[in-house]
Design a protein around this ligand. Structure first.
Ligand code: AHG
Ligand code: MN
Ligand code: MN
Ligand code: MN
Length: 333
C-alpha cells in the first residue's frame, strides 16, 4: 500500500468533500501529535517516573494515576495556543477548561478521556486516549458546561489512540473509519487500514463477568443464553474477552466483530454503569456506527441521548449490529 500520512489523508479528505475544514484538520493533527507524546511517556514505564498512583482523586471518585494527569496536561498544553478551540473538557477535570484570554478562541470544543484503562497502566496492558470534537455554538461568548451539552450526533469528529504493541490512531470525521499506525522512526502516523467495517454478526462478547450477580434481567438473559453455547437457544458457542481498557476492546471489535457491554446494574441507580457519555460512549458510538455497527444504552441510540451533565454515565452496548439489536430488544420486552 502506498504510504499515506495522516496529514496527506486529511488534506485529501478536505479536497474531496470538504468534510474536514482547515481548522478541524489542524485540531486533529494537534491531537494526534499529543497522542504521540503520550505514547512516548507510556512507553517509558518505570524508566520514566510515569507509573503508579498520583494519590489524588478525580471528580469520578477515582484515585488518579500519574499517567492520567500527565496525559491530561499533554493534551491541554498541546491544544491551548493553536487558536482552533474555544474550550476543552476532560475526565480528569471537574469543570470545563476555557482557552486562556491570551490566546485566540476557535470554533471547536475538544473533550477527552486522556488515559483510558488506567487500571492497566502498571501491568503493561494496552491503554489509550479517547477524544470527541463538537462545534462551539455560534455567538457562544464565554464557554460554559451548558455549551457542551450537545448529543453525540453533533460530533464533527471522534477518535482514539491505543498504546499497545503498536501505537495506533483510529479516526472518523463522519465519512467512515480509518486507522493509522505510528512509525516511531519517522514520528509520523501512516494510514494502515481504510474504511474499517465491523462484521454484522459475531461469536465474541466483552463484559466484566464479576458483576453478573448485579445485572438487570435483560442482560442476565442475553449473556446467559450465550453461555449455554451450541445446545442453548443461540445454538452456537461464544468466546469472551475483557481487557478492561475500552479502547482495546473496541479496537478488537472494529477488527473482528464482537459486542462490548458495560450495563447499569442494581447497585447504584444514580450511576447507570461506569462509562461516561461525553468522552467515552459518544466518541466510541460515532466510530462504531461509522464502521457499520450499532451503539445503544440498552434502550436508545447513544448518539441520540440528550446530555444533562458533563460527567454523566450511561450504560453501553456497542459492536456488531445484530447483537446490539438483540440485547436492546430484550430491554424492550
Ligand atoms: P478509565 O481508565 O478512563 O477510567 O476507563 C476505564 C473504563 C474502560 O476503559 C473499561 O472498559 C472499564 O473502565 C473497565 O471497568 P472494570 O474495571 O469495572 O472492568
Ligand atoms: Mn476511560
Ligand atoms: Mn481515563
Ligand atoms: Mn478514570
Amino acid at each position: 500500500m502506498k504510504r499515506v500520512s495522516l496529514t496527506q489523508y486529511l488534506v485529501e479528505e478536505q479536497r474531496h468533500n470538504n468534510s474536514i475544514p482547515a481548522e478541524l484538520r489542524l485540531l486533529i493533527e494537534v491531537v494526534a501529535r499529543a497522542c504521540k507524546t503520550i505514547s512516548h511517556a507510556v512507553g517509558k514505564g518505570a524508566l520514566g517516573e510515569v507509573l503508579g498512583s498520583a494519590d489524588t482523586e478525580n471528580i469520578q471518585g477515582e484515585v488518579q494515576k500519574k499517567l492520567d494527569i500527565i496525559s491530561n496536561e499533554i493534551l491541554l498544553e498541546a491544544n491551548e495556543w493553536g487558536g482552533h478551540l474555544a474550550a476543552m473538557a476532560s475526565e480528569e477535570m471537574e469543570s470545563i477548561h476555557p482557552i486562556p484570554n491570551r490566546y485566540p478562541m476557535g470554533e471547536y470544543m475538544l473533550l477527552f478521556d486522556p488515559l483510558d484503562g488506567s487500571s492497566n497502566i502498571d501491568v503493561n496492558v494496552s491503554i489509550g486516549t479517547i477524544f470527541s470534537v463538537l462545534k462551539a455554538p455560534d455567538g457562544m461568548g464565554t464557554p460554559t458546561e451548558a455549551h457542551f451539552m450537545q448529543p453525540g450526533s453533533s460530533q464533527v469528529a471522534a477518535g482514539y489512540a491505543v498504546y499497545g504493541p503498536q501505537t495506533m490512531l483510529v479516526l472518523t470525521t463522519g465519512n467512515g473509519v480509518n486507522c493509522f499506525t505510528l512509525d516511531r522512526e519517522m514520528g509520523s502516523w501512516v494510514l494502515t487500514q481504510r474504511n474499517m467495517t465491523i462484521p454484522e454478526t459475531t461469536k465474541e462478547f466483552a463484559i466484566n463477568m464479576s458483576n453478573q450477580r448485579h445485572w438487570h434481567e435483560p442482560v442476565q438473559r442475553y449473556v446467559g443464553e450465550m453461555l449455554q453455547g451450541v445446545t442453548g437457544p443461540r445454538e452456537k458457542d461464544f468466546n469472551m474477552r475483557w481487557i478492561a481498557s475500552m479502547v482495546a476492546d473496541v479496537h478488537r471489535i472494529l477488527n473482528r466483530g464482537g459486542i462490548f457491554m458495560y450495563p447499569a446494574d442494581k447497585r447504584d441507580t444514580s450511576m447507570p454503569g461506569k462509562l461516561r457519555l461525553m468522552y467515552e460512549a459518544n466518541p466510541m458510538a460515532m466510530i462504531v456506527e461509522q464502521a457499520g455497527g450499532a451503539a445503544t444504552d440498552g434502550r436508545q441510540r447513544i448518539l441520540d441521548i440528550p446530555p444533562q451533565k458533563l460527567h454523566q454515565r450511561v450504560p453501553v452496548f456497542l459492536g456488531s449490529k445484530s447483537e446490539v439489536e438483540r440485547v436492546t430488544s430484550y430491554h424492550a420486552e
